[in-house]
Design a protein around this ligand. Structure first.
Ligand code: B12
Ligand code: SF4
Length: 527
């Protein structure tokens, strides 16, 4: 069967770095590759199907081109893949456009958001035949065989005689080694480093890709839906498969890889074997990963550094123990300090801290403590996002009980907690404190970590234009809230809070609005 797979993006989350092309003729895109559809494409091809992928980050395949290709090639199934609440409006839009031009084609949705909201998505978007939940590999193979009667396909939500049917869940498959490596070479795109500041990843302009070496996380942080998505389980690929994939990536010219695992630092034996394998096979691809600060793998940081781990991203969240406990993060400030110190001492180049502000019960003093804590830590980079609440998380459940959200009315909306929770500071206060906090943080870093700061600036200058670096430095001191500059929109080289706000606002609008925003983005890009 011919299957089309489309990775849906909201334009706020990728950028075209330059008009230059890669040596192989591919268009260079700054962002994370669509590893979800790449994984499914490999599985389909191995199963004897034909698969054509599209990524909305590709300026040469706007929706109109995708529609034309669907008309021309008449695939048996079109799968739309998207990650989050903010890309759902664009998925709906494309699904409706496809249905309008091809009334007969079978349409499927998949990804985390669709999984956690399957029945509601099916009702709101009846144009889509199948909402696919959880892992897609075996599911899509099964679906291609039973398009006409999917009643036996576990993990899908569909409609029979106008009634929404929620088939049984698929059993979690622990054998991740059975799947082929993602199909990274079929899209005419070369990805380079992801947004250097929002998510610094490996901070390199080498040919970049992502890998998934494990899935899931068993912790109960109240703002996170991964434990629900992964049924509280952690599953991993064997070190041998991970090393073989890295070896293949090196052979085809990739220079940096980011592991999109939810918690890479979980199993010491596996990490030890991966690091050993990397060295034994002379793999020199640089990599980055994420993990918890209470990881029992810290003694392996030196091994990881030797095996070219360049970036370690840690979920620090807050500099207030009270807030950490409120978020059920299950970690202490002392653990954060020890982990950052250990990682730097081990020689890991970039240690990043993910922080959130605007949490329930957080006071001005807590926000200040967070920035002061971040300043004192030997972190190289940091991000301070406003806490959001998604359906599926324990925090959403709490908000339902407190009457702050309504499942029927609000399930597809993107809320910052400050917008709806009276126990949060106001958005204005959080923004004011964040600006002031950044100033103190930068001053502290320059005074107490001059070498580290200089090294980081040098690194940025190596990869970013001077203009963007300067803007980055002065931005926190500008005070007044400003919209995204052209440079921000185009290069994503600087923090892009305003674009994110736009993405969030879009989830709350009527269904016709994404169409207009999409058109505006295309026009803007064309100029
Ligand atoms: C990497 C990542 C990013 C990258 C983007 C990656 C990309 N390609 O664009 C960056 C850093 C840019 C990012 C940004 C954001 N992200 Co993010 N991200 C992730 C992360 C860590 C991994 C995703 C991934 O690569 N998974 C690996 C692939 C293989 O899995 P997959 O895509 O899910 O696909 C599998 C299945 O879902 C299924 N499948 C997928 N599509 C389809 C389609 C069909 C037809 C079928 C049958 C099956 C199927 O099959 C695949 C193989 O099994 C996830 C966490 C997670 N575990 O998913 C969060 C996550 C998806 N992100 C999240 C959020 C909130 C965001 C942001 C809104 C954050 C923000 N406030 O700025 C933005 C929005 C981005 C956007 N618009 O899509 C949330 C989503 C929560 C929600 N309910 O909305 C998650 C779940 C993390 C979390 N717990 O908070 N993200
Ligand atoms: S925030 Fe991180 S540690 Fe907490 S549940 Fe989510 S993935 Fe796990």
């Amino acid at each position: 069967m011919r299957v089309f797979l489309i990775h849906i993006r909201d334009p706020q989350f990728y950028a075209l770095p330059a008009k230059t092309r890669a040596k192989n003729g591919n268009i260079r895109v700054m962002g994370f590759p669509p590893i979800g559809i790449m994984s499914l494409s490999a599985v389909l091809k191995r199963g004897g199907h034909e698969c054509v992928m599209f990524d909305q980050a590709n300026p040469e395949t706007p929706n109109e081109v995708i529609l034309e290709e669907i008309r021309r090639q008449r695939p048996g199934l079109v799968g739309l893949s998207f990650l989050s609440t903010t890309s759902y409006p664009y998925a709906k839009l494309l699904a409706r456009q496809i249905r309008a031009v091809e009334p007969e084609v079978r349409l499927a949705f998949g990804g985390v958001f669709a999984t956690l909201n399957a029945e509601r998505v099916k009702r709101q978007c009846p144009e889509v035949d199948f909402v696919c939940r959880g892992d897609g590999e075996q599911l899509i193979l099964d679906l291609t065989e039973r398009l006409d009667d999917p009643s036996e396909v576990a993990g899908i939500t569909w409609a029979r005689d106008g009634e929404v049917v929620h088939n049984l869940d698929r059993l979690l498959d622990r054998n991740l080694d059975q799947w082929p490596f993602p199909d990274r070479e079929s899209l005419p795109l070369d990805f380079v480093e992801s947004m250097p500041l929002d998510v610094p990843a490996v901070l390199s302009l080498e040919r970049f890709t992502t890998m998934q070496t494990s899935r899931g996380c068993p912790w109960p942080c109240v703002f996170c839906d991964i434990p629900v998505f992964s049924e509280g389980k952690w599953r991993s690929r064997s070190p041998e498969r991970v090393i073989a994939e890295l070896e293949q990536l090196q052979a085809i010219g990739y220079g940096s890889v980011y592991f999109v695992d939810d918690h890479f630092l979980l199993q010491p034996k596996r990490i030890e074997a991966i690091c050993k394998g990397i060295n034994d096979r002379d793999i020199h691809v640089e990599w980055g990963c994420e993990g918890r600060v209470d990881s029992v793998c810290q003694h392996l940081f030196p091994d990881m550094a030797k095996a070219h781990c360049r970036t370690l991203m840690l979920g620090v969240e807050s500099g207030s123990q009270k807030v950490l406990d409120r978020l059920q993060k299950g970690q202490t400030l002392a653990e954060v300090e020890a982990t950052v110190t250990n990682a730097k001492a081990a020689g890991i180049g970039i240690v990043h801290g993910f922080f959130v502000v605007g949490s329930p019960d957080e006071t001005v003093e807590d926000v200040r403590a967070t920035f002061d804590f971040a300043a004192r830590l030997a972190l190289d980079t940091f991000g301070f996002n406003r806490l959001c609440v998604y359906r599926g998380t324990p925090l959403w459940k709490e908000y339902l009980e407190r009457g702050l959200v309504d499942d029927e009315r609000d399930w597809y909306k993107y809320f910052k907690c400050t917008e709806i929770d009276p126990t949060c500071l106001t958005g204005e206060t959080v923004n004011r404190e964040r600006t002031a906090g950044f100033r103190r943080l930068f001053r502290y870093k320059i005074r107490h970590y001059p070498l580290q700061t200089a090294r980081l600036l040098w690194r940025f200058l190596h990869h970013m234009r001077m203009r963007d670096v300067l803007y980055l430095i002065v931005k926190p001191f500008l005070g007044a809230k400003r919209g995204a500059t052209k440079a921000e929109l185009v290069s994503r080289a600087v923090e892009h809070g305003a674009s994110k706000d736009a993405a969030a606002a879009l989830t709350k609008l009527n269904d016709d609005r994404p169409e207009k925003v999409y058109d505006t983005q295309l026009e803007r890009r064309a100029h």
